[in-house]
Design a protein around this ligand. Structure first.
Ligand SMILES: [Zn+2]
Length: 257
């Protein structure tokens, strides 16, 4: 079976191998069927899923890096043994040009964000839930690329599938905190003490605030309910919907030469 990937036209045109997974095309068993990338389940099934992903995206499975995600803003530059990277805490993982390193983030409702500097070939994969958005994981990602000579005006960002504003209900105080970190527009609806928040818009607003061009920010699954992990049970895992029975999706990008 072909492994379906969601991809960004802008990243593809700039020559960056990358993709956002759906739950389709893997070997994991129910309730995690079938392309689960959670790191603490059956290692043989995970290896097979990772191998299929490596073939579909086009990277060496031995150069595939992930970190331990803690909803913070720390950025780590991938290198050395991928097993060692996985033991380190970081919510943004960078890959150096010319290394062929692939960097990935695992999500199940949070926003996976892939950012590339076309000038150098350097890339970052960021895990952006509301806490990471508030903590500044997007800012740290862009700052890393910029401090290595990249121009924010020329960077490309792809935003992957996440929980949508239809389903991301939070307390009003949390909604205000996300709005303060991005834009008032991210609160799409208030219901009593609750607020419905558009996390992908929050990421876009932060990227725009960091000088990325609006048309260089690619909302890959589309805006609205078609990209909502909680609504689309057929394609996506969702922690809000399935709790501990939820698998993990992946956003992955490979450094260019
Ligand atoms: Zn939804």
């Amino acid at each position: 079976m072909m492994l379906p990937l969601l991809t960004s036209k802008a990243l593809t045109q700039a020559g960056f191998a990358h993709g956002f997974t759906t739950r389709l095309g893997g070997v994991s068993l129910p309730p995690f069927d079938s392309l689960d990338f959670a790191v603490l389940r059956d290692p043989a099934l995970l290896r097979e899923n990772q191998g299929r992903l490596a073939s579909a995206v086009g990277f060496d499975p031995g150069l595939f890096h992930q970190a331990m995600q803690v909803h913070g803003a720390a950025l780590l530059v991938a290198g050395g043994d991928p097993k060692a990277t996985l033991a380190l805490e970081a919510d943004a993982l960078a890959a150096e040009p010319g290394t062929n390193h692939a960097v990935a983030v695992r999500v199940a409702d949070c926003v996976p964000v892939l950012i590339a500097d076309p000038g150098s070939g350097r890339v970052v994969a960021a895990h952006a839930g509301w806490r990471g958005i508030e903590a500044g994981v997007i800012r740290e990602s862009v700052r890393h690329l910029a401090s290595n000579g990249g121009s924010a005006e020329a960077m490309i960002a792809a935003i992957g599938p996440s929980i949508g504003p239809c389903c991301f209900e939070v307390g009003g105080d949390v909604g205000e905190r996300i709005a303060k970190a991005s834009s008032d527009d991210v609160i799409v609806r208030r219901a009593g003490e609750k607020a419905f928040v558009d996390l992908r818009l929050a990421v876009r607003e932060q990227l725009r605030g960091l000088a990325l061009a609006d048309d260089a920010i690619d909302d890959v699954p589309g805006r609205g309910p078609e990209g909502c992990t909680r609504c689309d049970r057929e394609r996506f895992y969702s922690y809000r919907r399935d709790g501990d029975a939820s698998g993990r999706l992946l956003g992955v990008i490979v450094a260019r030469g």
